[in-house]
Ligand binder design. Structure first.
Ligand code: PLP
Length: 389
């Protein structure tokens, strides 16, 4: 008996780009002291005060089925946070709580794409994007950005990728994997393009609290965008709650009403004690979010200091997220060969740019997710390895 084409074809060519990561984990399991600069996971765990709240909520009985759209209390907290930060009127009817940002990405595409529709997204991209789009039966359409233009999307490239089947565009700023924060000009161009061609805009903002330079602008707040924008949020990166699986979609009321029906037939919501902990975590405010983000800000400075006076690798000027994107083309190696060699020779694991699409080939992504002293050592060795190529 055959499985569905939708499920067997999720990763397209069968490669989900995680080969180096899996190899590094195997080497580690075999006892090798591999330093992992691969996935977007904080080295600091979820703060004890959040866990205490989670425990108190579960012990207090919030372990049954929770409200499918999310508890009113958490939806209100998320709506208030978005309204305060963007100025766009937002109520609980604009919010669906989801099991993490990933499930929100899937739900968002379910809401706006029919089978056979085409969905645009920006290359380089978070590794799950094309599979998420295929998962709803739509056709993924990558739009390449250019290293030479700091990976800021250009209208000409968006126009060139457009076909009559396209009805949505997904963007992600601050960006994984490049760390690039889209400028106001870029976002005005993107939103102008979405309006001109009557497209839905899916804005993945899960790194909105990790801004090192510039400002985070949510495109939902730009003129005439709130009725065509679905914003993806998550507790994973902002509050080091990756394992709690708690995120949201902020969208027009009519979209949320339909997504609640989808949630009823798929996830059936998020655990109540997780939602209570998420609400508590959000109530800790901006200072708490800055504390969670601080290690990445520090490590970025360490990397910039170490890079001075060398030219084997070039840092993509990026203002956010927990990653550094390095242009390693001067070494003459592909991202894959560089990453493979670095792992074998130095026991340092990074992600090849090729894992995130054609636009970042010849680059590597470094996740700043190990303690400062280890990060400094690993980054210095990475630079030495590059210089010797
Ligand atoms: N979007 C981007 C750009 C990400 O990098 C990630 C995770 O790494 C996610 C969404 C999904 O995060 P989560 O499902 O943990 O909220």
């Amino acid at each position: 008996m055959d499985l569905s084409k939708r499920i067997t074809g999720l990763t397209g060519d069968g490669d989900d780009g995680w080969g180096i990561f899996i190899k590094a984990r195997r080497m580690k399991a075999a006892g090798k002291p591999v330093l992992e600069l691969t996935i977007g996971e904080h080295d600091d765990r979820t703060e004890q005060i959040i866990l205490d709240k989670m425990h108190a909520s579960a012990s207090g009985g919030h372990t049954g089925y929770a409200m499918v759209p999310g508890t009113d209390a958490l939806r209100e907290t998320v709506a208030k946070r978005i309204e305060e930060r963007t100025g766009v009127p937002t109520s609980i009817d604009n919010i669906l709580i989801t099991p993490g940002g990933q499930s929100a990405l899937f739900a968002a595409h379910s809401a706006v794409c029919d089978p056979g529709d085409a969905a645009m997204y920006i290359d380089p991209y978070y590794a799950t994007y094309p599979g998420t789009i295929r998962g709803v039966g739509a056709v993924p359409v990558p739009v390449q950005t250019r290293s030479s233009l700091d990976f800021q999307p250009q209208v000409d490239d968006l126009e060139a990728g457009l076909t009559p089947q396209v009805n949505s565009l997904m963007i992600n700023s601050p960006n994984n994997p490049t760390g690039v924060v889209y400028s106001r000009e870029t976002l005005e161009n993107i939103t102008g393009f979405a309006k001109k061609h009557d497209l839905w805009l899916i804005s993945d903002e899960v790194y909105d609290t990790q801004i090192w330079e510039g400002e985070h602008i949510s495109p939902r707040a730009l003129p005439d965008m709130k009725d065509r924008t679905l914003v993806i949020g998550s507790m994973s990166k902002s509050h080091a709650m990756t394992g709690s699986r708690c995120g949201w979609i902020c969208a027009p009321e009519g979209v949320i009403a339909n997504l609640i029906t989808l949630a009823t037939h798929t996830t059936y919501g998020v655990a109540g004690f997780i939602q209570d902990a998420a609400k508590f975590a959000l109530e800790q405010g901006v200072d708490f979010e800055e504390k969670v983000a601080a290690p990445f800000r520090r490590r970025r400075e360490i990397a910039k200091r170490l890079m001075k006076g060398q030219n084997a690798v070039k840092l993509i000027p990026a203002g956010g997220a927990m990653y550094l994107m390095l242009d390693i083309r001067a070494t003459g190696l592909s991202g894959e060969d560089f990453a493979e060699g670095l792992l074998d020779q130095e026991l340092i694991a990074v992600m090849p740019g090729e894992s995130f699409g054609a636009a970042s080939s010849g680059h590597i992504r470094v996740a700043m997710t190990i303690p400062d002293d280890q990060f400094e050592d690993a980054f210095a060795r990475l630079l030495k390895y590059a210089a010797e190529k």
